[in-house]
Design a protein around this ligand. Sequence first.
Ligand code: ADE
Length: 273
Amino acid sequence: MRLDVVTIFPEYLEPLNVSLVGKARARGQLDVHVHDLREWTYDRHNTVDDTPYGGGPGMVMKTEPWGEALDSALADGYEAGARGPVMVVPTPSGRPFTQELAVELSERPWLIFTPARYEGIDRRVMDEYATRMPVYEVSIGDYVLAGGEAAVLVVTEAVARLLPGVLGNAESHRDDSFAPGEMANLLEGPVYTKPPLWRGRDIPEVLLSGHHGKIARWRRDEAFRRTARNRPDLIERCEAAAFDKKDREILSILGWKPSEDGRFWRRPQAVEE
Ligand code: ADE
């Protein structure tokens, strides 16, 4: 997969040399190109922004540097044999970045990121490139960052770990919290490793039992507990048909009831400590 990032802070993308993404680069699974947007400015101050039409606070990133930078990154990629680019524009006004979207992006051969500072990029830039390639405007959460670079790191890491051969174990994605699929989407429960006793704290006995069925059931019950506590919306969203008899038992213990629309709801007073 080829990645291009156009930014006014190339050094902000240094973490792409570290850990999982860094190793994927070193192995040639990821071909990363970071471009400095200011290289496509021609005035003394390397200006990339200007005041917004219609007034208002803040500054807007200008069309010309973005246009030239993107044309150059695209020409460079095509020359190197890359095909099928998609543009990923991090913005708090974008669609939520989810595991499902990470999977979708991981299936594309070429991602071009355009992290913005200030109040964002002149709309015409996205409209122009949308005539040539899919443009995804994505938000990594309901908060406002000072710029999109941190979002690029987030999206890149979520996507890179899904690439074939990057994590080593293809099975491991199947159990990811939020993995798309038929199954109810539950958060993963707690995990433990050696030593068996630490500061007087032991580990749940079932994990030492060697009984795979019981361990799987315990893990699923813990997943329900954690999901009910931290993300009840994930349970509310599930069709009741996604739950087996044991699931219904643990849901009932946690205060959830099936309703007529085929979903589950929770009595307001049943919130766990
Ligand atoms: N830029 C600023 N805030 C952002 C967010 N929440 N997600 C993506 N890009 C952003």
